[in-house]
Write a protein that binds this ligand. Structure first.
Ligand SMILES: N[C@@H](CCC(=O)NC(CS)C(=O)NCC(=O)O)C(=O)O
Length: 347
């Protein structure tokens, strides 16, 4: 009898453990988002190029476009997004505790962030590297000239650690001046409160574009780190991870196949290749694992354009919202043109 009851207790315990360790039973992020009726997307504090606030209160930018693309895939409406503008310091906690559905905010993929925060990177939507900017009249032409210099830097970033690594490696004795708010960092630099500012190079181009006299500042030639930037989600919901990851892949694959905002509807009706037919939902059932409607890629490209169109609008030099970063021949060009932008097959 005793043995039996002990066994019963053991089985009960096992059942209890199994029950509490079964997040698969929990409501999926996709269901939560659909029920809520909009997406919650974390971006940064306003910075031209990536996430910038227009006078009418709307958000634009390349990272904003990723949020809108996912909203379009789910709701067929790129405006069904609540943008949460957060600082570098709070971004991971805000995502981990469920305040947002994903993070689309110039965030560098690192081992620590990918394995110790309960979060995971989906893919890379911009390949970057850290640099320095100085006033043009400073006489500084190289990062190696920054001996003993004060450098404005944002806390809670890879930027902060790279700066100290660079200083130690090159025995430069750089004095970091640390900020939590990017506006205060920029204002301090502009008022001469530090000799240089350091950020991802695209971030520097963004900062420069927002300065009253952009021509008065120079980005130094050195790139001191690798900064692969991409969207993050919480670990544990594979379908949601796939939705965000494959939405970014769809932007890249569409560019590769010549699908753009203007022609996507007609190509969806008359695809010019079998892969295009599958990707645009005319053939096969590639949508099934994602839990999205068949025409999700058509919705995405129709709403935000392909990767190249987004880049041109927000990162390039030919648009009023762009920050002037040349793409041709860079890591952010398509792999077919020598870059690193590569989407796995849609099959
Ligand atoms: N890639 C770095 C972050 C760098 C970063 O976010 N820099 C920018 C882009 S302009 C910035 O200053 N954003 C404004 C903000 O942090 O609020 C990281 O992941 O730690």
């Amino acid at each position: 009898m005793k043995k039996l009851s002990l066994l019963g207790l053991g089985a009960g315990l096992i059942a209890a453990v199994a029950f509490s360790a079964a997040p698969a039973q929990a409501e999926s992020t996709l269901d939560i988002v659909k029920k809520r009726g909009h997406l919650r997307c974390q971006i940064g504090t306003p910075a031209p190029g990536f996430y910038n606030l227009k006078k009418d209160g709307s958000w634009v930018g390349s990272d904003v476009a990723v949020c809108r693309a996912v909203a379009a895939a789910i709701f067929d409406d790129p405006n069904k997004v609540e943008f949460q503008s957060v600082t570098s310091t709070v971004r991971f906690t805000a995502l981990a505790n469920g305040e947002s559905d994903f993070l689309s905010r110039t965030t560098t993929w690192t081992l620590y962030r990918d394995t110790q925060l309960g979060l995971t990177f989906t893919t890379v939507n911009f390949y970057d590297g850290q640099g320095f900017m100085v006033p043009k009249d400073s006489g500084i032409n190289s990062a190696l000239d920054l001996k003993g210099a004060t450098v404005c830097v944002l806390t809670g970033t890879t930027t902060e650690l790279n700066l100290t690594d660079f200083s130690r490696t090159n025995k430069l004795d750089i004095q970091p001046v640390v900020f939590e708010d990017s506006n205060v960092r920029n204002e301090t630099y502009l008022k001469g409160g530090c000799d240089a500012i350091t950020n991802d190079k695209s971030g520097l181009a963004s900062n420069k574009a927002g300065f009253p006299d952009p021509g008065a500042h120079t980005i130094l030639p050195e790139t001191i780190s690798k900064e692969p930037l991409g969207p993050m989600v919480r670990k544990g919901d594979g379908q949601w991870f796939d939705i965000v990851r494959w939405t970014v892949f769809a932007l890249v694959a569409a560019e590769e196949m010549g699908i753009n905002q203007g022609n996507v509807a007609s190509l969806a009706a008359n695809p010019t290749s079998p892969e295009m037919a599958r990707m645009l939902g005319k053939e096969g059932d590639l949508d099934k694992g994602l839990g999205l409607p068949k025409d999700w890629v058509v919705r995405v490209i129709g709403a935000v354009g392909n990767y190249g169109e987004i880049y041109g609008k927000y990162m390039g030099s030919k648009s009023p919202d762009g920050i002037g970063i040349a793409r041709a021949g860079s890591q952010n060009d398509l792999w077919t043109k020598g870059g690193l932008m590569y989407a796995p097959p849609f099959r």
